[in-house]
Ligand binder design. Structure first.
Ligand code: SFD
Ligand code: AMP
Length: 610
């Protein structure tokens, strides 16, 4: 079938219109008044990405105008939470600019809660402020819409394009319209990848009819990692997958409960278990456990150990806080504005948190760069702050010329959340505009043979189905093609069992990882036989391709780091302790798409702030 090819030329192409992508689009216009700025999004930026259903808090706000925190404090906080390993230059860069971003959100109409006594933003915790955020995403999207030359919604980007003249320079991207099927060729001088994190890499706790329910958005499909990986960009800390403590079955976040409502946890017998585990944790990881707040992974670890000791379930003590009608309202509204399904689960399971303390559990792992975790691309740092080894180009440029990133895409910078992701988009955009301006007449060129070859590959699953459907044996069983959902479930099972998912109590070791890689290799071979009956399934097929490549990267990193740096996120059974002598470093990987091989190396962690 012949398909229309649409060419879109731009100076700056933003891939993904979530928090970071909207920030990048907005800021590109500020610095590049006359530039052509295009944002391409697989859904519709109005309600796309992790903030689609709203948020109840902005988790990264310094409050410098009131002297509440300084950027250095945030770096110290994120550093301890990540057990010592963060890119302090990148984190500092976000922290010094994030307040200005939040002030813009308020100016654009985001309703902020205020402390009636002080008039300041209502604090949920030291870093978190509370918002009426059901419409957070449409408000942020409006700013991007007004700034962009063009927004292309409903186009899934599948591959980046490289410059025909210079092998390590980006030249654009290709994708397809998930509604019309048209093939899109985006040619650009600079590309900013802001395509979010990854859920459904590991088997979720909610399976069958509930599999759409995960904590991180089910449509976060690892494009942020697969696109740069395939182009040969270096990735960092991909082993640092995050596990979240969440309310059971609905994955409702716990931050507002712990920090604002001052609820606390206890085991089935009403005991405070965290204190029991402090000494044994100190033996595993040293002094990191003695800082406040206790690192997120170690809080998970205590919960998991308590469950293994047979004293579950773990409950959040809500009965006391919910006696206060104001707190009760906040508790429910928190979910109605952010994770409605948690409120529905409670209603359906007869859980009134005023009468019953609800259960907590730990989620399946996710791959992200913006929460209490820092997986992602290895990026050049700010000129005025980054050590020379972290500077090879423009701020937030990856190891590919002209390829920038922000938000979940960029590694090493934990605790940026929604506001920090938008801020990092702005930072990346400012640098990308500079890059484009300094490029002058020397623009990248796209070769027709490259995008024509990709067109063939992209639509192949439709062809596989068209031919193979005649052989369908029964229902979904076909001898010649694999459906995207079947492939996804196979991926999740491999990752779950071999790479440290829920069924394995997050534990793995070298033999398991080695076998996992073999099985992932076989899955990759079979992906050439994906079959898609329609455009929706074609999108699923490409989301699966991206997830598999990111999963392989996670597995390679997990194998490379021979220690257990983040107990509670995952355990290397063969190296059960944190090892600061050999592994106080970043892990880096680089994929060679010709050979399919991964090159691993260590990079130093520089402590810039005391
Ligand atoms: O408390 C393609 N997050 C929270 N952040 C906060 O600040 N406060 C909270 O209260 C937060 N909580 C929370 C959060 C997330 C979720 C799901 C819940 C609760 C239930 C985290 C933030 O949301 C997160 O840090 C940022 O959104 C990250 O920003 P970014 O831009 O890196 O990712 P995105 O917003 O998901 O956007 C990605 C976009 O890319 C699109 N996309 N487009 C084209 N082609 C492709 N191949 C693409 N692949 C993806 C996506 O559609 C999306 O628009 S709490 O629980 O932590
Ligand atoms: P969550 O709802 O778990 O995504 O967390 C929201 C915010 O609160 C994040 O900044 C978390 O790091 C923080 N947070 C959650 N629980 C705790 C806790 N028990 N102690 C300190 N900070 C927390």
């Amino acid at each position: 079938m012949s398909r229309k090819t649409v060419f879109v030329d731009s100076d700056i192409l933003v891939v993904g219109g979530g928090m970071a992508g909207c920030g990048a689009t907005y800021e590109s216009r500020y610095w590049g008044r006359d530039l052509k700025i295009v944002c391409v999004e697989k859904a519709n930026i109005e309600r796309s990405g992790a903030v689609a259903q709203g948020l109840y808090a902005i988790n990264c706000y310094m409050g410098m105008q009131w002297g509440e925190n300084q950027p250095e404090d945030h770096v110290r906080y994120a550093r301890n939470d990540l057990m010592g390993l963060v890119r302090e230059d990148l984190g500092y860069d976000i922290a010094r600019h994030v307040d200005a971003t939040v002030h813009k959100f308020e100016e654009w109409g985001l309703p902020m809660m205020r402390d009636p006594k002080t008039g300041r933003y209502q604090r949920e915790g030291k870093w978190q402020i509370m918002i009426h955020g059901e419409s957070y995403k449409p408000i942020v999207a409006e700013a991007a819409r007004k700034a962009a030359s063009e927004i292309h919604n409903r186009i899934m980007v599948t591959h980046l394009l490289m410059d025909a003249k210079r092998p390590n320079r980006v030249a654009g991207a290709v994708g397809f319209n998930v509604r019309t099927g048209d093939f899109y060729v985006f040619r650009a001088k600079a590309v900013i990848v802001a395509a979010g994190g990854a859920s459904h890499i590991f088997k979720p706790r909610a399976v069958g009819e509930g599999m759409g329910r995960t904590w991180y958005a089910p449509w976060s499909s690892a494009s942020a990692y697969a696109l740069p990986i395939l182009a040969g960009a270096k990735m960092t800390q991909m082993e640092n997958r995050i596990v979240l403590t969440r309310f059971k079955d609905g994955y409702g976040p716990v931050g507002a409960y712990f920090l604002h409502l001052k609820t606390y946890t206890q085991n089935a017998y009403g005991q405070d278990y965290e204190a029991f585990w402090r000494d044994s944790i100190e033996k595993m990881v040293g002094d990191y456990v003695n800082h406040h707040p206790v690192p997120t992974c170690l809080r998970n670890h205590a919960l998991l150990e308590e469950l293994k000791a047979g004293r579950g379930p773990i409950r959040m003590v809500t009965k006391e806080a919910f006696k206060d009608p104001h707190k009760e309202t906040v508790g429910w509204e928190n979910f109605l504005g952010m994770t409605i399904s948690q409120a529905i689960v409670w209603a359906s399971q007869n859980i009134d948190p005023k009468e019953i303390n609800p259960e907590l559990t730990t989620s399946e792992p996710y791959v992200m760069g913006s929460h209490a975790t820092c997986s992602g691309a290895w990026a050049s740092g700010p000129e005025d702050y980054a050590p020379s080894e972290y500077q090879w180009g423009y701020n937030r440029m990856m190891t590919i010329e002209g390829l920038f990133g922000a938000g979940d895409t960029i590694g090493g910078t934990a605790h940026k959340f929604s506001s920090g992701s938008f801020t990092e988009g702005r930072i990346a955009a400012k640098a990308a505009v500079k890059y484009v301006n300094e490029m002058g007449q020397d623009r990248p060129s796209v070769s027709e043979s490259e995008y024509e070859a990709l067109r063939q590959v992209i639509y192949q699953p439709l062809e596989n189905y068209r031919i193979g459907r005649n052989e369908i044996v029964a229902g979904t069983v076909s001898p010649s093609f694999l459906q995207p959902l079947q492939g996804l479930q196979r991926l999740e099972k491999i990752m779950d069992e071999y790479v440290g998912g829920i069924s394995a109590h997050y534990t793995t070791n070298e033999p398991m990882l080695t076998r996992g890689l073999e099985l992932l290799g076989m899955l990759k071979e079979d992906l050439a036989h994906l079959g898609a009956p329609d455009l929706h399934q074609l999108q699923r097929a490409w989301e699966l391709q991206h997830r598999v490549l990111a999963s392989e990267c996670v597995t390679q990193h997990t194998l490379f780091r021979q220690e257990t740096r983040w107990p509670g996120y995952y355990y290397r059974g063969d190296f059960p302790k944190l090892d600061d002598n050999d592994w106080h470093c970043f892990t880096l990987s680089q994929y060679d798409r010709e050979s399919g091989r991964w090159q691993m190396e260590k990079a130093p962690v520089y402590h810039i702030i005391d």
